[in-house]
Write a protein that binds this ligand. Structure first.
Ligand SMILES: *Cc1c(COP(=O)(O)O)cnc(C)c1O
Length: 358
């Protein structure tokens, strides 16, 4: 069975963990500081602040930039729940706007229509590694005086017009969960052009203190450990090669798949293919996935239920693009260590299932 995802953990990661274990200093320390400096290089020199998860990165970015009670943040409903959870955890209200179904990211026209006097920020999600329409979204944010955040959990090193994601607004948030394009075991990174937002995020992750025992605000313990940072540092050196392999795997699939809608890339965008997501239009998507499974090809549905309809939110909204995507999307294996045989198996299986059903 070809799995839907396969984390790449090698000898260098094991050696890095061993190095930290032998140093005797396990909590946040020099490895975290080095990881932050090295990560800044892939986000155009933004300040980087490492935390214990992508969700913490989103949450602390909102708090550090002053988003809280009474504020609305416009987000897509077609994402992982953490996108909206972070808004709610900051005390603000997530306002769900529809997506454009070509690229599965928030529709700028829908964003503009959702703006109210309470809107404080917009947060697109670069879903599957394809950047949202940042040019249009930044223009809307500037026009209405709103903060632009980026949920870049799935999009390390993606870019638009040569500018990397995580460098477009007041803050970007990345995740290092094992299935993401690079991992630290668990972890997250806040990126920001603002020295003050970076400083506040660092204070908030460490009990609200910059100087020891002089706590200035009520904060969290959302620090990253040096063990996790050491893994992340090794993975960061491999990210460019893995991204290129994801892109060539995706190009092969797009050139050879038949009977399904393959994922396009917007002009000016660099897609890093966290997922390779097709749309199944003529057949039942879940039956399609089950047939692929019988042929040894794993797949995934991200995400079957839009966030606004989850038990945690239970909102009745009319988001037709979101509903359509949730019913049609199917992500195929695209991870870097796929070999030519496996790529061939995926193509044969998808084409056979699509043909049998049409
Ligand atoms: C993974 C993910 C997150 C959360 O990251 P964690 O590290 O799992 O907390 C947030 N948003 C999106 C879109 C994600 O895919």
């Amino acid at each position: 069975m070809i799995p839907a995802a396969r984390p790449e953990i090698g000898d260098e990661e094991r050696a890095a963990v061993d190095r930290v274990m032998r140093s005797g200093m396990l909590a946040q320390g020099p490895e975290v500081a080095a990881f932050e400096t090295e990560f800044s290089a892939i986000v155009d020199g933004m300040h980087s602040v490492a935390v214990n998860s992508g969700t913490s990165a989103l949450h602390l970015a909102f708090l550090a930039a002053g988003v809280g009670p009474g504020d609305e943040v416009i987000v897509p409903s077609f994402s992982f729940a953490a996108t909206a959870n972070a808004v709610a955890l900051a005390g603000a209200v997530p306002v769900f706007a529809d997506i454009e179904t070509d690229y599965f990211s928030i529709d700028p026209a829908a964003v503009e229509a959702a703006i109210t006097p309470r809107t404080k920020a917009i947060m697109p999600v670069h879903l599957y590694g394809h950047p949202a329409n940042l040019v249009a979204l930044k223009a809307i944010a500037d026009k209405h005086g709103l903060l632009l955040f980026e949920d870049a959990a799935q999009a390390h090193a993606a870019s638009v017009d040569g500018i990397p994601v995580g460098a477009w607004g007041i803050a970007g948030s990345f995740s290092f969960y094992p299935t993401k394009n690079m991992t630290a075991g668990e972890g997250g990174m806040i990126t920001t052009p603002s020295e003050e937002v970076a400083r506040l995020a660092k204070v908030l992750r460490n009990q609200g203190m910059e100087r020891r025992y002089e706590n200035e605000v009520v904060g969290f313990n959302t620090r990253m450990t040096d063990i996790h940072a050491a893994i992340g540092r090794v993975q960061l050196t491999k990210l460019a090669g893995w991204t290129a392999k994801r892109q060539s795997n995706a190009a092969f699939l797009t050139a050879n798949l038949e009977g399904v809608i393959t994922p396009p890339t917007a002009p000016g965008a660099v897609h890093v293919f966290h997922q390779y997501t097709i749309r199944v239009t003529d057949l039942d998507r879940d039956a399609f996935a089950a047939e692929l499974g019988k042929r040894g090809v794993g797949s995934g549905v991200y995400y079957p239920t839009p966030i606004h309809r989850l038990p945690s939110f239970q909102l009745e909204l009319d988001l037709p693009g979101t509903e359509l995507a949730a019913s049609q999307v199917l992500s195929l294996p695209v991870f870097p260590s796929l070999n030519d045989d496996e790529l061939g198996t995926i193509v044969e299986a998808v084409n056979a299932v699509a043909k049998a059903g049409s």
